[in-house]
Design a protein around this ligand. Structure first.
Ligand code: NAD
Length: 490
C-alpha cells in the first residue's frame, strides 16, 4: 500500500466548497444552510458544505432504494463489485496527498500521521475488500437436518444509513462502504459536520471508479440529520460510528422499528506493561504513540497505562521522556506529531479533567511544550499516581493525556484493564510474546495488540465488548453484517 508522502511541500490548500447534497450521483441543489468548516489549528475557513434538509434526507434514501433495484447495481456480480472497490482505491491512491491534506486541514490530524492514519488506512480497507469480494461465499447448498436439500442464500440487507465521526472520516467511511458494497447494499452516508470535506471529495473518486448513481449518497448534517436517517422507514440498517452516548440513543430508536443496527463506540483502553519489559526507544515511543496519535483522538487510544509497581518510577520516567520529545504544533508542518483537538469545548473538557485528577491526588509528570495559538491545543500530558476509579481513568477523554496506574501482579493488571464500562481494545507489552498472548486472552475487549499500539487488522473483525458497541467491522465478518441469510428448503 502506498500512502501520501507528507515530506512534499504542502500544496496550496484552496477552499473546498461542495454546495448541495450528493444524491443519485450528482451534487443536487438544496434549500439547506451553508456550513463553513474551520481549521481547529488556525480557526480559518478551509471549505464549506450544505447542511441537508429533511427533504434532502428523503431524496437520498429514495435514490439509494432505487439503486438497490437498478440493473446497474442489482445485476453486478460480487467479483465486479470488488473490482469496483479496487478502482476506487486506485483513484484515491493517486490523490492521497490531496486527501490527507484536506482531512488534516479540517480536523487537525498532523499531516505526517494523516498520510497513513487517515488515507492509508482507507486504502488498506478498500484493497482488503477488493480481495474478499472474490472469495466470499454468497450461497451454499447443504443437506437438510430433516432429509433433502437446503439452499442458504445471503441477500443484501438493503439501504444502509452510515453515520460517521470526525476523527477518522475516510477510514470509518471505508470500513462501511467497502463491505456494504461487496454485500450488494446501497447507502446514505452522513459525515460529521466537523469533518465533511474529505467525504465530499470522495465522491470524485467514486465517480472516477464508475460507481452507479445512487449507490452512495451523502447528506451532511448535525445530529438531527442523523436522527432523521435513523428513524427513516426507507433505511434497512444503521451502521454507526461515534460516541457511546449517541450510540445508546440510536440503538433505542432502531429497536423501536426492529431496524438492524451496528454500533462502533468509544473506549477507555489499557496498555498493560509487563514486568519484564525492555525499555528500548521503540517500546516507549510506541506506548506514548498509543495515547497521542491523532492528537489523542483515536477510539482505540490506550490511555490507561498499567505499570508494575516494582518498576513504576523507571517506566513512568521513560514515558515522560518520550512525551517530552513530541513536537506540538501546526498539523500542516511535517515535523508536527501532536496538533490541536477538535474544538474549544473539547479542549476545555480535557483540561478540566486533568485539573480534577490533580485535585484528586494525581501527579503531573510532564506537560509538553506550549499551546501554540490560536487553535484548540491541549499540552500532551502524562499523569502518575492515578487510581482506576478516578473519572480520568473511567471516561473517554479523546485528547493527548496518558494516565499511569500502578499494579502489583498480573492478575491485578488484568482486573484493572477489565474494570471499565468500555471494552474496545488493549495492548500488552512484554519481552515474552507468548506470555503477552496469554495475558491478552484474558481481556474482555474486541482487539488486543501485542507489543504494538495498533490493535487493528483490516482482514479481521474489529469492534467493542460492553459499552464500546455491538457488531463488528473489518474482515469477512463485516460483509456478513450487511447480509440477511435466506433459507430455501427444496
Ligand atoms: P458523536 O457521537 O458526537 O457523533 C458521531 C456522529 O453521529 C456524527 O456524525 C454526529 O452528527 C452523529 N450523531 C450524534 N448524535 C446523533 C443521534 N442522536 N442520532 C444520529 N446521529 C447522531 O461522536 P464524534 O465526536 O463525532 O466521534 C468521537 C467518538 O467516536 C468517540 O467516542 C470515539 O471513540 C468514537 N469512535 C469510535 C470508533 C470505533 O470504531 N469504535 C471509531 C472512531 C471513533
Amino acid at each position: 500500500m502506498t500512502s501520501a508522502d507528507p515530506s512534499d511541500e504542502r500544496e496550496a490548500n484552496p477552499m473546498r466548497d461542495f454546495p448541495g447534497v450528493y444524491v443519485n450521483g450528482r451534487w443536487a441543489p438544496s434549500q439547506g444552510d451553508r456550513l463553513v468548516v474551520t481549521s481547529p489549528a488556525t480557526l480559518e475557513p478551509v471549505g464549506s458544505v450544505t447542511l441537508a434538509t429533511p427533504a434532502d434526507v428523503d431524496a437520498a434514501v429514495a435514490a439509494a432504494r432505487a439503486a438497490m433495484a437498478s440493473d446497474a447495481w442489482a445485476a453486478m456480480s460480487s467479483v465486479d463489485r470488488g473490482a469496483l472497490l479496487g478502482r476506487v482505491a486506485d483513484a484515491l491512491e493517486k490523490r492521497s496527498v490531496e486527501f490527507g491534506d484536506l482531512v488534516s486541514a479540517e480536523m487537525g490530524s498532523p499531516r505526517k500521521w494523516a498520510s497513513f492514519g487517515q488515507v492509508g488506512t482507507a486504502l488498506g480497507v478498500l484493497r482488503t475488500y477488493e480481495k474478499l469480494a472474490a472469495e466470499y461465499e454468497f450461497e451454499d447448498t447443504r443437506r437438510s437436518a430433516m432429509g433433502g436439500e437446503v439452499v442458504v442464500r445471503q441477500l443484501p440487507v438493503g439501504v444502509i444509513g452510515a453515520i460517521l465521526p470526525w476523527n477518522a472520516p475516510l477510514f470509518t467511511a471505508a470500513l462501511k462502504i467497502a463491505p456494504a458494497l461487496v454485500a450488494g447494499c446501497t447507502m446514505v452516508l452522513k459525515p460529521s459536520p466537523e469533518a465533511p470535506l474529505g467525504i465530499a471529495l470522495l465522491t470524485e473518486v467514486l465517480e472516477e471508479a464508475g460507481l452507479p448513481p445512487g449507490v452512495v449518497n451523502i447528506v451532511v448534517g448535525e445530529a438531527a440529520t442523523g436522527e432523521a436517517l435513523v428513524a427513516h422507514a426507507g433505511v434497512d440498517k444503521i451502521s454507526f460510528t461515534g460516541s457511546t452516548a449517541a450510540g445508546k440513543r440510536i440503538g433505542a430508536v432502531c429497536a423501536a422499528d426492529v431496524r438492524r443496527c451496528s454500533l462502533e463506540l468509544g473506549g477507555k483502553s489499557a496498555a498493560i506493561v509487563l514486568e519484564d519489559i525492555e525499555l528500548d526507544r521503540a517500546t516507549v515511543t510506541g506506548l506514548v504513540a498509543g495515547v497521542m496519535a491523532n492528537n489523542g483522538q483515536v477510539c482505540v487510544a490506550q490511555t490507561r497505562i498499567l505499570v508494575p509497581g516494582s518498576r513504576y518510577d523507571e517506566i513512568v520516567g521513560a514515558l515522560a521522556e518520550a512525551a517530552d520529545r513530541l513536537v506540538v504544533g501546526d498539523p500542516c508542518d511535517p515535523a508536527t506529531q501532536v496538533g490541536p483537538v477538535i474544538s474549544a469545548g473539547a479542549r476545555d473538557r480535557i483540561d478540566a479533567h486533568v485539573r480534577a485528577a490533580v485535585e484528586g491526588g494525581a501527579r503531573i509528570v510532564t506537560q509538553v511544550g506550549d499551546t501554540p495559538g490560536p487553535g484548540w491545543y491541549v499540552r500532551p500530558t502524562v499523569l502518575a499516581d492515578v487510581d482506576n476509579d478516578m473519572p480520568i481513568a473511567r471516561q473517554e477523554l479523546f485528547g493527548p493525556v496518558a494516565v499511569a496506574i500502578r499494579y502489583h501482579d498480573v492478575d491485578e493488571a488484568v482486573a484493572l484493564a477489565n474494570d471499565s464500562d468500555y471494552g474496545l481494545a488493549a495492548a500488552v507489552w512484554s519481552a515474552d510474546r507468548d506470555h503477552a498472548f496469554d495475558v491478552a486472552s484474558r481481556l474482555r475487549v474486541g482487539s488486543v495488540a501485542v507489543n504494538s499500539s495498533a490493535p487493528l487488522d483490516f482482514g479481521s473483525p474489529f469492534g467493542g465488548f460492553k459499552q464500546s458497541g455491538t457488531g463488528r467491522e473489518g474482515g469477512p465478518e463485516a460483509i456478513a453484517a450487511f447480509l440477511e441469510p435466506q433459507t430455501i428448503i427444496r
